[in-house]
Design a binder for this molecule. Structure first.
Ligand code: GRG
Length: 293
């Protein structure tokens, strides 16, 4: 299967699973369930769940066992987007090519939509089958650590506190690590855990996810400068408009592209202990470096 068909097929399977597991639109109270579905099915790339499933396959596991964690990382990611777009955070009107959740449902409902998606993630993990090495407790702890104040939320705190000031490269790396790399890493780790990964496999995927997450954010910063709002499905040029420090603003576009390529190579090297079973992850890393949105 070509990578393009593989990504499309996995995204379709993830969408079907999200549709099965999320509360129905008509379930009471209907407004929150409609808002949750509006944001989840707005057309994201489904990168995190695809990484989760690919990591499970690389460690000899099944899509079936990895599907609930795949849904969990996607709903947690979607929650972070809904809250990040709020007027008290990044204040954005467009996400995934559609008006943001608060623009359609109002601010109060958007806060609750994010809260509900975050909570749902842990329900999915609690229902994930255990393996010999890992239990639902391990899955929940993995995502709780990543989603909490030590990583995702912590990164947002650094971002908020840094508003209006130029960040150093070290601070930027810290923010990227917390806001972006941590969740990509956990997506891979959770998939591997459902496949009863050995400590060696888990370590290789952790190193891969860390470097891939950094590369992903550097590319995201580049695309913010080089792409249009239509292609991105979110407001292009936002970083420069709010004078946010990014890789391009610190080192220029050319050096940023080199940095992304260097990080991608580091990620690919980390896959070596997994041998041929990690070919798909290798391909995904190459694709992300060249992505246009
Ligand atoms: C909890 C408010 C709050 C924030 C936590 C993760 C985060 C911090 C904020 C979300 C917004 C953001 C800029 C995150 C950085 C990671 C990133 C580039 C997200 C976009 O991911 P894509 O491109 O999005 O995979 P789609 O829409 O395709 O899923």
């Amino acid at each position: 299967m070509t990578l393009k068909s593989y990504l499309a097929a996995r995204a379709k399977e993830v969408d079907a699973a999200l549709d099965r597991h999320l509360p129905k639109k008509s379930a009471a109270p209907a407004t929150i369930h409609a808002a949750m579905r509006y944001t989840v099915f707005a057309g994201g790339k489904r990168l995190r769940p695809i990484l989760c499933l690919a990591a499970a396959e690389a460690c000899g596991g099944t899509l079936e066992n990895a599907m609930l964690p795949a849904c969990a990382v996607e709903v947690l990611h979607t929650y972070s987007l809904v809250h990040d777009d709020l007027p008290c955070m990044d204040d954005d009107d467009l996400r995934r090519g559609r008006p943001t959740c608060h623009k359609v449902y109002g601010e109060g409902m958007a806060v609750l939509t994010g809260d509900a998606l975050l909570t749902e993630a842990f329900l999915f993990l609690a229902q994930t089958p255990a393996t010999k090495r890992y239990s639902a407790k391990d899955y929940v702890a993995e995502l709780a650590l990543t989603g909490g104040s030590r990583h995702l939320i912590g990164g947002q705190v650094l971002d908020l506190e840094g508003e209006g000031q130029k960040a150093t490269k070290a601070r930027l790396v810290k923010i990227h690590e917390a806001k972006t790399a941590a969740l990509l890493m956990s997506s891979l780790r959770l998939g591997a855990m459902t496949a009863n990964a050995t400590p060696k496999q888990l370590e290789a995927l952790t190193v891969f996810g860390h470097a891939l997450g950094h590369a992903f954010q550097v590319i995201d910063d580049i695309l913010d400068v080089t792409q249009s709002t239509e292609v991105l499905g979110k407001t292009a040029g936002k970083d420069a408009a709010v004078e946010k420090t990014t890789y391009p603003s610190l080192m220029g576009l050319e050096k940023s592209r080199k940095e992304a390529a260097k990080l991608t190579k580091q990620a690919m090297d980390a896959l070596k202990p997994l041998g041929k079973s990690a070919d798909r992850l290798h391909e995904i890393a190459a694709y992300l470096l060249e992505r246009e949105y």
